[in-house]
Design a protein around this ligand. Sequence first.
Ligand SMILES: C[S@@+](CC[C@H](N)C(=O)[O-])C[C@H]1O[C@@H](n2cnc3c(N)ncnc32)[C@H](O)[C@@H]1O
Length: 323
Amino acid sequence: MSDPGSPYPRSTGGPSPRVMEGWVSLRDVLADAQRRLATAGVASPETEAALLAAHVLGVPRSRLILQDRVPPETRTAYERLLGRRTARVPLQHLLGTAPFRHIEVSVGPGVFIPRPETEMLAVPALEALRALPADERLAVDLCTGSGALAIALALEAGETHMVGVEISATAAEWAQSNVERHGPALELCGSEVRIVATDAATCAEPGHPLHELAGRVSVVTSNPPYIPDGAVPRDPEVREHDPPIALYGGPDGLGVIRRLLPAAAALLRPGGLLVMEHADAQGEGAGEDGLPGLLRSWPDWQDVRDHLDLNRLPRYTTAIRVP
Ligand SMILES: C[S@@+](CC[C@H](N)C(=O)[O-])C[C@H]1O[C@@H](n2cnc3c(N)ncnc32)[C@H](O)[C@@H]1O
């Protein structure tokens, strides 16, 4: 018990004034970070300043409000991250993870960062998988990257056998580590995800190890590279940090898609569903220069429909493999 006559303030249980030497107010740190991120052209400086601070402090963002002061070593770590973010290294590379639907996946150099618009592809794919008996829930995600869509689908549908196909050995390693990260949850819901590092365009050909899937797959999903070679993205995070093989699809952007569609048709069973993402300029309005037009020009597909994303932009096409 403290002496009521003592000239010293009663201890609050927090760090002593000596320990707090060099500590700075979190509010000041965040205000400074926001200003610097905004100057560097980062689109959501307030959110990102907070996410980086939560990361170095090792707390969820919602608990930052409980943090009053920042110790010097945390400030140093924060400065280091802030320096990289103002140089436009992607936030997800600094945090080491990216959110996708209800999961997080590990990401870093050499793998495409999954985007929110791709989350929509899961809606028709899930509807189709859930309508099937467990022994027919066989799906393939072509160009799987980090494996985000493949893993999220397998978890949400349950009792699903999913194969993620990826040409880049580095990206396939990220995908494999993400499958392991979600391994217990996948096992719990009776699903499995297998990652295969190969060119998706050749995976249904005779002699290929995945040829055994030909004509048996119920759902094929894909977010392939589709940016025209000349349309170099403006954001440095994309231009300098997403792998070129993940972005560019030849002179008109549809080069990889043209190679993938015969493989998708060969994998799907009659009546099976294709769900494929495209650029907003490659939708219904683009005629034969768009994905829906391309699918209609081939005899393999019926019931071709184009779909909008949350920004009301044409974003993905669904089609049924003709019986
Ligand atoms: C736009 S990224 C999408 C990744 C992931 N599906 C996603 O949405 O986050 C395209 C991916 O396709 C891969 N890719 C490109 N050409 C391929 C091919 N011929 N076969 C398999 N994967 C390919 C790239 O390496 C990259 O990981």
